[in-house]
Design a protein around this ligand. Structure first.
Ligand SMILES: Cc1ncc(C[n+]2csc(CCOP(=O)(O)OP(=O)(O)O)c2C)c(N)n1
Ligand SMILES: [Mg+2]
Length: 657
């Protein structure tokens, strides 16, 4: 006899209690409250095949409320995802387990995105739903036709990023996106109402969503609501009224149930009330069987889909795109562009050079989907001929994200996680702070997204200190698994783009100048020098007494200082450092050669010194910023803040004295 759905839901509850109890850590409140909603979704609606977690046309399930991780681990175990054995459930939150405290992408098959920082999941899911619609437009229903389901709690919806995500999804009419709101009126400090009186349903509705409320413990009603969601022409939100710790006897619905750990007696009573007689970490055969059957539900559809991919003319192209492989001849246009730049050098802002590189890349790489947070003209992210991404034909490759830097960065993570899309977008570097939490999650997950961030220093001039980044380069360089590129001219910009695209598991920031910069690279190179991270741009004439290190718009300052010093007979070399992280990956011999042994080292960058000691040591001289900038034309600012060739040359002379 198949197990009753209510009993199947109890299996989630009991496993969540067992795991949290055993680990003496974690959250059972939300998994117990959500067990019914999740059971209906995973046994009747979610399209997946537990035997093939990476089936490209599966529905995406995002547990935005990442603290409820035992919910997804229970589901993965029960439905038969191989990696999540009962031993793994027993090892919840332990070193080396597949069941870490919060769900981690790339760590546990079946986990579509890392969640835990509240609000990120729902915003990431918007990107997944965008990627789905875009690829559906490109490859058709036969290959791409799936939904994105999100479970989000009070916390996710309180976070500001949820606003950006919701309004984007509403504007783009992402009708294959459904948010299941765990409406339990509970957060950590107590009832959600102690800090929230907003009407979440009205809020979603105002953003263009279809909304519905449902008793989150009534399987029939949940199923009806999910069915309703699949029929709407816009994104859907279902407020599922649930009780946190549902099934835990007197503690059920307690507003302090968020991280409450049931005492032994309470857990025993809860099991008894559920009629659950099995020992901890044991799921009775009939219940497990029913769950495993649910986990195989999608197998037939998956196999039929595989046949369709095999038979489709563009099946191989689809598979390549989903694997994240770049088309074979992707860089031909870029190579020609670089050759042209060497033959006929162009001096301009590096943001303009980046735009030129994009013009050579985007026609050759159809997976690239660009965009900007309302700064298209400033970011140079738009390539002529690109069509906006929008309903009802989602084939467009340019996203008008609106003024939503954080939501944009998270959506890009979602697109990259979905696969088949290589997202890039633009904003000002100073606003990296707005998107930082999503950039960090992207770095942690190892997704290829490219954040174009222009106006990268005081060099932006008149807009003043609010817009002038000074500490941002240092703070982004501090982030693990993030490539921070700061090209010095057109050739470096092209090289940096190529390097960013060739790093499949690392997000990149492209820091670009607003102001015009001189040409740095005049000779053809036999390799991508920027991909080395740092390289000798100009050698010393005679014995090297001084090395000047620099990046981006200050490389021109470094070269001018070199001219002054060489005129005085002081052998001076210039090292360009477009990407510190890639330099760190070079072998020791290469690094030593680039750093060199000139007795005096100077660095110049229109930013704070933090981090530069890595190149110049403690005794090196740094020419840059020590505080915030100011509003004035950029030439005046460079003079006032002392970032000049004269200052660099003087620092070098002082070092030699
Ligand atoms: C950005 C962020 N801020 C704070 C936290 C810490 N935190 C984890 S869960 C939570 C409350 C969540 O409330 P809700 O989403 O309603 O979950 P429930 O208590 O209903 O399980 C908080 C503040 C976090 N994980 N992420
Ligand atoms: Mg809650």
């Amino acid at each position: 006899m198949p197990a009753k759905p209510a009993v199947m839901a109890d299996a989630i509850r009991v496993l969540s209690m067992d795991a949290v109890h055993h680990a003496k850590s974690g959250h059972q409140g939300a998994p117990m409250g959500l067990a019914d909603v999740a059971t209906v979704l995973w046994t009747k609606f979610l399209k997946y095949d537990a035997a093939k977690p990476d089936w490209a046309d599966r529905d995406r399930f995002v547990l935005s409320a990442g603290h409820a991780s035992m919910l997804i681990y229970s589901l993965l175990h029960l439905t038969g995802f191989k990696a999540v054995t009962m031993d793994q459930i027993r090892s919840f939150r332990q070193w080396g387990s597949k069941t870490p405290g919060h769900p981690e992408f790339g760590h546990t098959p079946g986990v579509e995105t890392t969640t835990g920082p509240l609000g990120q999941g729902i915003a990431t899911a918007v990107g997944m739903a965008m990627a789905e619609r875009h690829l559906n437009a490109r490859f058709g229903d036969d290959l791409v036709d799936h939904r994105t389901w999100v479970i989000a709690g009070d916390g996710c919806l309180m976070e500001g990023i949820s606003h950006e995500a919701i309004s984007m999804a509403g504007r783009f009419k992402l009708n294959k996106l459904t948010v299941l709101f765990d409406d339990n009126n509970t957060t950590i400090d107590g009832a959600a109402t102690i800090s929230e009186t907003g009407d979440q349903m009205a809020r979603f509705k105002a953003a263009g969503w279809a909304v519905k409320a449902v008793d989150g413990h009534n399987h029939g009603k949940i199923a009806a609501a999910l069915r309703w969601a699949t029929r709407q022409d816009r994104p859907t939100m279902i407020a599922c009224r649930t009780h946190i710790l549902k099934g835990a006897g007197p503690m059920e619905g307690d507003v302090h149930g968020h991280g409450y750990s049931l005492f032994d007696e309470q857990a025993t009573l809860a099991r008894k009330a559920m009629g659950w007689t099995a020992e901890p970490f044991i799921v009775p055969e009939d219940i497990l069987k029913s769950w495993r059957r649910a986990g195989r539900r999608g197998a037939k559809a998956r196999k039929a889909w595989e046949k369709r991919v095999d038979g489709a003319d563009d099946g191989a192209d689809f598979t390549r795109a989903m694997k994240g492989d770049i088309p074979k001849s992707a860089f031909k246009g870029l190579e020609a562009h670089i050759a042209h730049l060497i033959a006929e050098p162009v001096s301009n802002a590096t943001r303009v050079h980046s735009g030129a590189a994009l013009a050579a890349l985007t026609p050759a790489i159809p997976e690239m989907v660009g965009g900007s947070a309302d700064l298209t003209g400033s970011n140079n992210t738009y390539v002529k001929g690109m069509v906006p991404f929008d309903a009802p034909d989602y084939a467009g490759r340019y996203v008008h994200y609106g003024v939503r830097e954080h939501g944009m960065a998270a959506a890009m993570n979602g697109m990259a996680l979905h696969g088949g899309v290589i997202p890039y977008s633009g904003t000002f570097l100073a606003f990296a702070d707005y998107s930082r939490a999503a950039i960090r999650l992207g770095a942690l997950m190892g997704v290829r997204v490219i954040h174009v961030m222009t106006h990268d220093s005081i060099g932006l001039g008149e807009d003043g200190p609010t817009h002038q980044p000074v500490e941002h380069l240092a703070s982004l360089r501090a982030m693990p698994n993030l490539l921070v590129f700061r090209p010095a001219d057109a050739v470096e910009a092209a090289e940096c783009w190529r390097a960013a695209l060739e790093h499949k598991t690392t997000p990149s920031v492209m820091a670009l100048s607003r102001q015009k910069v001189p040409v740095a690279r005049k000779e053809a190179a036999s390799e991508n020098l920027s991909a080395r991270g740092a390289y000798e741009l100009a050698p010393a004439i005679g014995q090297a007494k001084v090395t000047i290190f620099s990046s981006g718009s200050e490389v021109g300052v470094a070269l001018a200082a070199r001219d002054q010093l060489q005129a005085e007979g002081i052998g001076t070399r210039v090292v360009s450092t477009p990407c510190w992280e890639l330099f760190d990956q070079q072998d020791g011999a290469y690094q030593a050669k680039v750093i060199g042994d000139a007795p005096v080292r100077v660095a110049v960058e229109a930013a704070v010194r933090f981090g530069w000691d890595r190149f110049i040591g403690q005794s090196g001289a740094f020419v840059g910023m020590t505080g915030f900038g100011a509003s004035a034309p950029f030439e005046r600012l460079y003079k006032e803040f002392g970032i000049t060739a004269e200052a660099v040359a003087a620092a070098a002379r002082a070092g030699l004295a």
